[in-house]
Design a protein around this ligand. Structure first.
Ligand SMILES: NC(=O)C1=CN([C@@H]2O[C@H](COP(=O)(O)OP(=O)(O)OC[C@H]3O[C@@H](n4cnc5c(N)ncnc54)[C@H](O)[C@@H]3O)[C@@H](O)[C@H]2O)C=CC1
Ligand SMILES: O=C(O)CCC(=O)C(=O)O
Length: 634
């Protein structure tokens, strides 16, 4: 029984589409009608009736009567439904079982659903059976459902209002639900606040009248300063994903309850500055320039995910200075780039493109002139990193002699030969392929002088970054025949979206393959990246680990158990640890784990502390003049 005291706050929670992600009756129909040829049609009719009733657009009693008639279910179907519902409990309810358990005396489940399936589900999460108010089925002798208990006020119109009235609760009543009938409790004056719960469904008619819209139970608990599993509700953390990253990335973040905005194209600096103000995590590919100005206008930003290999589009120095961790996908699209390079090199040395263009214009030009095999030719690789080495292996498998030059001393793979200078490589290669990164110093690494050093008729590939080649010099080399064919995937300026035209002097030149920066654009690569980058970002946000970060010192942390974790990014100056330890000592804080890593610019200290501490301690750490970013996890 509920005990009424003056001080008490009651939490009245709906079941269908709130406590669970689904509507119980709809799912019961789905189960009961398995094998029935009309299943889909009937289930759809039931769903529509549920939706109409939930929106308050039909008498509830009438809707319920018609749904039961359509149901054709029996007791055994309810057992199947219960097993199914166990897998459909709303994520935020699962996360906050401690609240449901600890506040069990104050929590009421008030539902127009049925006790037969509600009680087993909610009691497993700590709710008291006597606090569940719902309908009950009527069965015939064969255990078929034939109706509902008409004496229960919940089976009638405004049933929830009547029921709550009958409880005569003293104290404050907060209602959490997704339907209009939940709002009616507030409208009737029986409840003081109505929270529209939108984790599973969002009904405009309901959200419009709500006191608060809560995308998760975490948000409700946060607003009411109640104990919760998330220190800060994820639904309040905004993630901006640009440049059409793979949908699995969006799902990964939404699955954890983050507030995700997804934009198909890139944004220019001003557009990004406008959008980034309240963003905590930014996801981009190669086109979005994350400049100092952008970072200076991003007060909440803690991490950037580059859904690609290159990070030259990000001002890494400023990001580091501001304690913003940058992650990328260092090898998920490597193979895709390599395969495109291999395909292009064969097409170019064979002179296939001009033949194909001719054929499309009706020209039959069967001849072997200027068509060669790659076998036996010298492949020159500028940059011998992930892509360069993999191309080296495949080049050799095709019978090519592989030479490479890298600014860093790299171990040759197979029979590849390391050369001491770029000039040497330029003079040797029949096919020259660039696989260097896009750092500023690499601007125009290949220009007029370098083309001059190359063999006459060389095949030239750039699938690295546009600015590493002087395009004017390349055009001249193509026109003069110095370069017999080129495959170009990257350009100094690239259109921001597919609606913008590509303008370049390279257009219209024979035996030049132009592709719109798609070296890494395969389904396989994009899906791989879509999984990889969010995993790194989520590890960082949820646990503080910086594995794979390109700018923040890498720390792989144990999972947080029982303690509170303090994450402190600071300017790398001597004596920080001593300062921190001094604060801990003065406040008598017990440290259960401590980790520190530094790089040239910053230090990253992680401290796990016992939960009992006074808030002033945290403020002192935040106020340290060396502090760049401070976060707490629990
Ligand atoms: N077209 C596309 O869609 C894609 C393009 N890329 C580009 O390819 C580049 C290479 O990718 P990975 O091999 O994974 O990178 P990586 O970092 O593994 O290798 C780059 C190598 O280039 C070397 N290097 C840098 N500057 C050099 C220079 N001036 N001369 C000689 N060597 C130099 C580095 O020491 C390093 O070994 C990326 O940075 C990115 O810009 C990567 C993926 C897709
Ligand atoms: O797929 C993209 O947007 C960029 C690919 C790329 O250039 C990279 O991974 O560095």
């Amino acid at each position: 029984m509920l005990t009424n005291t003056l001080e008490q706050t009651y939490y009245v929670i709906d079941f269908d589409s709130t406590f669970t992600q689904v509507e119980g009756l709809d799912e019961l129909a789905n189960i009961a009608l398995a094998g029935n040829p009309n299943r889909e049609k009937v289930v759809q009719q039931i769903r529509e009736l549920t939706e109409t009733a939930m929106n308050g657009d039909m008498s509830f009693a009438e809707g319920l009567r018609r749904r039961i008639e359509l149901l054709q279910a029996n007791r055994s179907h309810i057992d199947v439904l219960i097993d199914f519902l166990r897998t459909k409990i709303s994520d935020s309810f699962l996360r906050n079982q401690a609240f449901l358990h600890d506040y069990a005396d104050s929590i009421l489940i008030l539902s127009s659903g049925f006790k037969e399936f509600i009680v087993p589900i909610v009691t497993e999460l700590g709710i008291k059976e006597e606090n569940v108010y719902a309908n009950t089925f009527r069965f015939d002798a064969e255990d078929n459902i034939i109706g509902v208990d008409n004496d229960n006020v919940l089976s009638s119109d405004k049933g929830k209002v009547k029921l709550l009235q009958s409880l005569n609760l003293e104290g404050e009543v907060c209602v959490i639900g997704d339907g209009y009938t939940d709002y009616e409790l507030r409208e009737s004056g029986l409840a003081s606040r109505f929270y529209a719960f939108t984790e599973n469904v969002e009904r405009e008619k309901v959200t419009k009248v709500a006191d608060h819209i809560v995308p998760s139970l975490d948000e409700f608990l946060f607003l009411n300063n109640l104990p919760r599993s998330q220190s800060y509700p994820k639904s309040r953390i905004k993630i901006l994903l640009l440049e059409n990253v793979h949908p699995v990335a969006r799902e990964a973040f939404e699955g954890e309850g983050f507030n995700v905005e997804f934009v198909k194209g890139a944004l220019d600096e001003d557009e990004l500055i406008e959008k980034i103000k309240d963003v905590t995590i930014l996801g981009i590919r190669s086109k979005t320039m994350v400049t100092r100005r952008v970072l200076e206008n991003a007060p909440r930003l803690i991490a950037i995910g580059a859904f690609c290999i290159g990070t030259n589009q990000i001002d890494l120095k400023t990001a580091t200075e501001k304690g913003i961790a940058v992650f990328n996908a260092p090898y998920s699209n490597t193979r895709s780039v390599v395969e495109l390079a291999v395909g292009e090199m064969i097409m170019l040395i064979r002179n296939v493109f001009p033949k194909s263009v001719g054929m499309h214009a009706g020209k039959w030009d069967k001849s072997a002139n200027n068509s060669f095999e790659v076998r036996g030719k010298k492949l020159g690789l500028v940059g011998y990193g992930h892509i360069g080495t993999q191309l080296s292996v495949i080049g050799e498998a095709l019978g090519m002699e592989v030479y490479f030059y890298d600014v860093v001393d790299k171990m040759p793979i197979g029979n590849a030969k390391k050369l001491r200078s770029l000039d040497e490589l330029l003079q040797v290669a029949d096919v020259l392929s660039l696989h260097i990164d896009g750092r500023k110093d690499n601007k125009n690494v290949i220009g007029k002088r370098e083309f001059g050093l190359m063999k006459d008729g060389v095949v030239f590939l750039n699938l690295a970054r546009g600015h590493v080649v002087d395009v004017e010099a390349l055009v001249e080399a193509l026109k003069s025949g110095k370069v017999s064919g080129a495959g170009l995937d990257v350009f100094p300026y690239e259109p921001k979206t597919n609606n913008e035209a590509f303008e370049s002097e390279l257009r219209g030149l024979p035996n030049v393959i132009l592709t719109p920066h798609i070296g890494g654009s395969t389904e396989e690569a994009q899906e791989g990246i879509g999984h990889y980058v969010p995993e790194r970002l989520l590890e960082y946000v949820n646990n503080g680990s910086t594995t794979g970060s390109v700018n923040v010192p890498e720390v792989q942390l144990p999972l947080l158990k029982g303690s509170h974790r303090l994450l402190h990014v600071h300017r790398n100056v001597p004596g920080i640890l001593a300062k921190l330890n001094n604060i801990f000592a003065r406040y008598n804080v017990n440290i259960t784990g401590q980790y520190l890593k530094t790089n040239d610019q910053i230090g990253y200290v992680i401290m796990d502390v016992e939960r009992s501490y006074v808030d002033g301690f945290v403020q002192e750490i935040k106020d340290m003049e060396e502090t760049i970013k401070f976060r707490m996890l629990y």
